[in-house]
Structure formats: structure tokens, C-alpha cells
Design a protein around this ligand. Structure first.
Ligand SMILES: [Zn+2]
Length: 112
């Protein structure tokens, strides 16, 4: 399943970041999901919750997905969010951003 691999990658990335920062708990994992990434954020959250279930580091954590608009560029100089047709010249614009799924921030708690 596509979403499972994504959820697992997000978990692994967040876990690595948490351990590097000596976290005792992960509170929140913020993720940007490109509109063209072809994933269902709700399903990623659902799977993330299953994957992290047995990990005490993540017992209180939530995954927050933020949808990010696509960014496109055209040879005519157009830059914007139109994916299918360039509004200035009618050509097919190139997709610059919008396919990626990235962890933007991991909020952690460190015990004294
Ligand atoms: Zn154009």
C-alpha cells in the first residue's frame, strides 16, 4: 500500500530527528503534503497511528498534515498554481512543487 510506506517513512524520519535531539517524547509531527502527491492525508495519519502504537517515544504524538498547493512554471515565464494549462500561453506548465511529502517540524519534549 502506497500510504503505508509514506506513513512509515514519516515515522522513521521523525524518530531519527527525535533521537538526535535527545527527546523523551514526540508531541507533534508536522508534515507538508503536496496536492499532487496523490495520497490521502487521513489515511497516512491513520496508518501512522498504527505504526507508532508500540513506540513509547510516540505515545502522545499526533501527525499533522498540511496540504500544500502545487507550484508550476512555464517556458513563457508564467509561475503559479495552474497544473494543466498555462493561463498565459496555453502550454503544459512544468511542475516545480507539489509532489513531495516532507516532515517540516518535529515537536519534542525533553525531561530535565
Ligand atoms: Zn506559458
Amino acid at each position: 500500500m502506497h500510504e503505508y510506506g509514506i506513513a512509515y517513512d514519516l515515522y522513521a524520519t521523525a524518530r531519527r530527528a527525535a533521537l538526535e535531539n535527545h527527546a523523551d517524547r514526540v508531541l507533534r509531527v508536522n508534515v507538508d503534503v503536496g496536492k499532487l502527491a496523490m495520497v490521502n492525508p487521513e489515511q497516512v495519519v491513520f496508518l501512522f497511528d498504527i505504526i507508532k502504537e508500540d513506540d513509547p517515544l510516540f505515545s502522545k504524538s499526533t501527525l499533522e498534515c498540511r496540504e500544500v498547493l502545487a507550484e508550476t512554471a512555464c517556458t513563457c515565464g508564467y509561475r503559479g498554481n495552474e497544473v494543466h494549462v498555462c493561463p498565459s500561453c496555453g502550454a503544459l506548465p512544468e511542475i516545480v512543487k507539489g509532489r513531495e511529502i516532507v516532515v517540516t517540524n518535529v515537536e519534542i519534549e525533553v525531561d530535565d
